[in-house]
Design a protein around this ligand. Structure first.
Ligand code: NAP
Ligand code: F7E
Length: 349
């Protein structure tokens, strides 16, 4: 029997890594994509196959977690064994600009999916295992190291919504006996990270500055500390949670914390660039309430499921910088050939 997984948020950073991981494990993978006026499946290009091909194992379905009836149609059509709920308005600062929308997608969107799963199981008798993408942002102002026993103290509309989603998931597990696991994942990055998150904003900008395509990088708070891991390692943890004998809640983290300044230092070194001469502060990137210090204690998943990160902080910075230097080189080639190269990073995020 071929296992079928349904991923909401498949076009995002984690969705693309998870889809690749599950395809390599032999799964048939289905993803929910939002209709957009431009193509939004760029991160899936390397694994996309024409669904008309006999060998195709990746299928995309239009849907949105703000549209409950559409979600129910997709679940009924796909009949998945596992659902990974990764869909989110995932930018913390943007959640202060769009608090209501963020709540609708992140909190109520999760509830819509859970309720659709509950009905599907009750009506068909077929089981679905459910993964909920929780976040270290839920710990917010709680002191490090943060573990499953640390109280939540969310500091943004995004984080409050993730806490609500977490508790919806716990409640559906306990009330209806469903196999639902919450991952509480600390920051994880990659060469596919959205360009408005600080790590990628930095590596994109420093690489462009190095090649003369950009002059300055505008950032907010450089003192915030994060526990940064590599996204490909973290999607394996998601799968391990659904492959386990029992459902549960797990912190996923490296256990190492670095400031934004330290990330800049490491990325600047890799580029051969003095970052202090090109970085300026812009208050628009500050948050009304900041999360100062995240460092995860992931002993539970290491002991119970045998997960551990493979890529170190230095390796992560290097792979992101090297990738973005290559991208900047391509942009330089285009610029020299007379094409307009648009630099967005310094005015977003
Ligand atoms: P991401 O790159 O921002 O991807 C988010 C995905 O959600 C995209 O595919 C996006 O589609 C989709 N989406 C947004 N609104 C939607 C809606 N209304 N209906 C359906 N899909 C929607 O985020 P990520 O870094 O891959 O993170 C994946 C999940 O893990 C998110 O839930 C995030 O909050 C959570 N998380 C991330 C981290 C991290 O460090 N990366 C840590 C902890 C938790 P479009 O491509 O169309 O925008
Ligand atoms: O900010 C500071 C900023 O936006 C990290 C999401 O995936 O991880 C992510 O949320 C830190 C913050 O990530 C800029 O103030 C300084 O302290 O890269 P970020 P995040 O807020 O930690 C968690 C786990 C999630 O769940 C989220 O979905 O960097 N910072 N200057 C800046 N941040 C940004 N974005 N841009 C700046 O210019």
């Amino acid at each position: 029997m071929i296992k079928k997984a349904l991923i909401s948020g498949i076009t995002g950073q984690d969705g693309s890594f998870l889809a690749e991981f599950l395809l390599a494990k032999g799964y048939q993978v289905h993803g929910i994509v939002r209709r957009a006026s431009t193509f939004n499946t760029e991160r899936l290009d390397s694994i996309y196959a024409d669904p008309h091909e006999q060998s195709a194992r990746l299928y995309l379905h239009y849907g949105d977690v703000t549209d409950g009836s559409g979600l129910r149609h997709v679940i009924a059509k796909v009949q998945p064994h596992e659902i990974y709920n990764l869909a989110a308005q995932s930018h913390v600062r943007v959640s202060f600009d769009q608090p209501e929308y963020t709540g609708d997608v992140v909190a109520i969107g999760t509830l819509r999916l859970l309720d659709a799963v509950r009905d599907y199981i009750q009506n068909t008798g077929q089981q679905i295992r459910f993964y909920q993408a929780g976040s270290s942002e839920m710990f917010g102002a709680s002191k490090p190291p943060q573990s499953e026993a640390t109280p939540f103290y969310p500091r943004s509309p995004y984080a409050v919504s993730k806490v609500a989603a977490h508790w919806y998931a716990v409640n559906y597990r306990e009330a209806y006996g469903l196999f639902i696991s919450n991952g509480i994942l600390f920051n994880h990055e990659s060469e596919r990270r959205g360009e408005t998150f600080v790590t990628r904003k930095i590596t994109r900008a420093l690489a462009r500055i190095k090649l003369g395509l950009q002059q300055k990088l505008f950032l907010g708070n450089l003192d915030a500390r994060r526990d940064w891991g590599y996204a490909a390692d973290y999607v394996e943890a998601m799968w391990m949670m659904l492959d386990a004998a029992d459902p549960g809640d797990y912190v996923v983290a490296t256990g190492e914390s670095h400031s934004v300044r330290e990330f800049l230092e490491a990325a600047g070194d890799r580029c051969g660039l003095d970052w202090k001469s090109v970085v300026e502060t812009d208050p628009r990137y500050l948050r009304p309430t900041e999360v100062d210090y995240l460092m995860g204690d992931s002993s539970k998943i290491r002991k119970t499921l045998g997960w551990k990160p493979k890529v170190s902080f230095e390796e992560l910075v290097h792979l992101m910088v090297d990738h973005d230097l290559e991208l900047a080189l391509q942009e330089l080639t285009l610029a020299k050939a007379g094409h307009k190269v648009v630099v967005r990073g310094s005015s977003h995020g």
